[in-house]
Design a protein. Sequence first.
Length: 344
Amino acid sequence: MIGIPLLTLVPGISGGSETYARALVSALGRVGTLEYRVFLPAIAADVEGLPAEVVPEYRASRALPGRTLAMSLAAARPGRLRRHFADCDALHFPLSVMLPPVDAPPAATSVLDLQHEEYPAFFSRAELRYRKVVYGWTVRRSRLVITISNHAASTLVHRLGVPSGRIRPIHLGIDHERFSPGDGPREDFLLYPARGWPHKNHERLFEAMRLLPGRRLVLTGYEGPVPDGVESLGRVSQEELVSLYRRAAALVFPSLYEGFGQPPLEAMACGCPVACSNATSLPEVCGDAARLFDPEDPAAIAAAVRDVLAAPGEWAAKGIARAARFTWDACARAHDEVYRELVG
């Protein structure tokens, strides 16, 4: 049996890692060929697709201090948590950290985000130290390490010294039933769905918009002040996001760092032309279906936007074809291969 601990999952807060965890479990329920059990915290008992049990000993919390305490206790006193894994032949920790830490059975961990290795200035001293310590023990104890891009795999090799033979890159998927082209016309606005974190690079995008007079920018997930010509919608539902993808003139995605980068693919699947940063994993994910640009150069961002708006049909067609290559079922089958490797 393959155990899948998701004890650090916090609904509505875990972001892209929550999307990955839920979609993987659901896809394994459809196409997986092994026996599985998911281990959940009490606050996320709604994960569906595979047999699951709640682990009451894990003191899950939605608040940051409570989450920190729960993780600290799990790392310091893992015995009661490990007992839940007694019948497992192998374990997979999808949420970047091996928690609780284990020495047996053999385990794989998905390391989703190595931003602290490339942009340490974006983290507080305490968070940076935490990441280095926890990610360090995670990759040391993991028999295999799953990454969501080849770029992330390279970072593990060069920054953390993980042998390439222990790394298994597996691309994520997207939900093609949800993300698909609409029937209505495109409207005259650019879209950027991103939280206001430093690596999302909003300030340079705002500078680029000054070079695009008359253009309107719509943001989701962003809660800071915005200049004239920029509309911030805050957090929106998945249904609202799909509607925006289907109506936007183009997606502009100037992120400095992504472990994978799902929003450009989601936009492509909805027939939205994409202008995208050429940083980290994004060229690998987008290929030639997005107009790539240097995210540190506002003039380059503006030029890329002009290019996609000049030929929206061409970019939309490329994007739809590109996005079709990324499915959760294919992602789940690749994980199954890793599980067989662990058990074997």
